[in-house]
Design a protein around this ligand. Structure first.
Ligand code: SAM
Length: 416
């Protein structure tokens, strides 16, 4: 049963290139699968996308020169994923299930699926010989070649290999203590949390889904990656500050800022999308946050809303290419590389608004969950050249393999 749901989810994903987690949540909500089947379905969906290029490389000789419908390719991808990566599932079960699904497309199709899969298990895996080093990394770790080349140019070969390998490991589920409702010491005493490795607010939970616990529901902890937890601390908001959070949803950093300000001072928070603002509102309620005013709005136009030099501190956690979070969102790997150009212009526009609204002596943090230097170091370099009264206080890039967290960039600047 898990496989038919995985098949539907992946078909929807390939059809409209939706976000995987949205397609997965919608399908699983409708289904009556048992917990273990839901887990298997999730593993198949994410595993197939995470390893898609390696799977396609192996499948290619079996479908070469044949016209195979998109849906049948999807079925072959998820079947190969199970055969290549899930040792616990017997080969006959994978093949029988795939053939049953294919029967709905007609006898010839099911015969074809049966033949491809049986040949695949019978034969040796296709070799990577003849590929150069970057092509090999691309196929082995399923990162498109342009991305591997980009990482290689920006970070060198050794780091590129480590980044790509780490992207295919399971993400750590990190929590952050919400000091508005609990202390870290008190929660550590409960015995189910561990200290983090990077953030002093982190609580690691390895007993299942943190979102289903009473700690989460009562707002004592929230889910946030450890590297992302460093951003609000870097901004270091004070209890009397007037703070602007330009890109707030789902509110992880907004609520962290509020906790650091002990619910005092004032935070103006914005996000472009109304539905995402609802998510922030839910998190503000759950976490007992009282000093945030959240609204839907375009932060590239905030110059028209506030006068110049209004805020003591500004957080610009910018929309970005997301190359730091490929462990959690593997589908980002297959986005068109041209989206980066649009993002860079948007980030520049947002930064200009931040600059205009920041008081003299004010502090701002620009952060992204990407490791693309054009959106990070080079963005800041250009910004500082344009505004010599801005001084970089601290800048940090965290690569995913260093602490087994998301990759992140953050830069703290002061207006002179
Ligand atoms: C990296 S996410 C923010 C994550 C958030 N700071 C957190 O820690 O939970 C970037 C956000 O920017 C929002 N966004 C994109 N363009 C925007 C714009 N022009 N104005 C305001 N928000 C925007 C997106 O909807 C997205 O929620």
């Amino acid at each position: 049963m898990a496989r038919i749901h995985a098949y539907r989810i992946l078909n929807q994903y390939f059809e409209d290139e939706s976000f995987l987690n949205i397609a997965l949540n919608e399908e699983l909500k409708k289904s009556e699968l048992k917990r273990e089947d839901k887990d298997l379905c999730t593993t198949i969906v994410y595993g197939t996308i995470q390893n898609l290029l390696a799977i396609q490389y192996q499948l290619q000789p079996y479908i070469k020169g044949k016209r195979v419908k998109k849906k049948i390719k999807t079925l072959l991808y998820l079947s190969l994923y199970q055969l290549m990566y899930l040792d616990k599932i017997p080969e006959y079960a994978v093949i029988n299930e795939a053939v049953n699904i294919a029967k709905k497309q007609g006898y010839q199709t099911s015969k074809f699926v049966n033949a491809v899969l049986r040949n695949f298990v019978r034969n040796e895996r296709r070799s990577l010989e003849g590929l150069d080093e970057l092509e090999r990394i691309s196929i082995e770790t399923s990162h498109p070649l342009w991305m591997v080349k980009m990482f290689n140019k920006q970070y060198g070969l050794e780091k590129t290999k480590k980044i790509c390998l780490e992207d295919n490991t399971p993400p750590t589920r990190s929590g952050r203590v919400n000091t508005l409702k609990a202390s870290k010491e008190e929660l550590l005493k409960e015995g189910c949390f561990k200290e983090g490795t990077l953030s002093k607010d982190a609580l690691l939970y390895d007993k299942g889904n943190l979102a289903l616990t009473s700690y989460f529901k009562e707002g004592k902890v929230t889910i946030q990656d450890e590297s992302s937890q460093l951003v609000a601390r870097l901004l270091d908001p004070q209890k009397t500050d007037y703070v602007l959070d330009m890109c707030s949803a789902p509110g992880s950093k907004t609520t962290h800022l509020s906790a650091l300000m002990e619910n005092q001072g004032k935070i103006e928070a914005y996000d472009l999308y109304e539905h995402k603002v609802k998510l922030v509102e839910y998190n503000l309620r759950r976490l007992g946050v009282k000093n945030v005013h959240i609204q839907a709005g375009d932060s590239t136009k905030l110059k028209e809303v506030y006068s110049e030099k209004t805020f003591d501190r500004i957080l610009l956690d910018a929309p970005c290419s997301g190359f730091g979070v490929l462990k959690r969102k593997p589908e980002i790997k297959y986005h068109d590389s041209s989206i980066m150009d649009g993002l860079v212009s948007l980030q520049e526009l947002l930064l200009e608004n931040a600059y205009y609204l920041l008081k003299n002596d004010g502090t701002m943090v620009y952060s992204t969950c990407t490791i693309n230097k054009k959106e990070n170091e080079l963005m800041i370099q250009k910004f500082i050249e344009k505004h010599p009264d801005m001084e970089v206080i601290k800048q940090r890039t965290i690569l995913n393999y260093e602490y087994h967290t998301d990759g992140f960039f953050m830069c703290k600047m002061k207006k002179g």
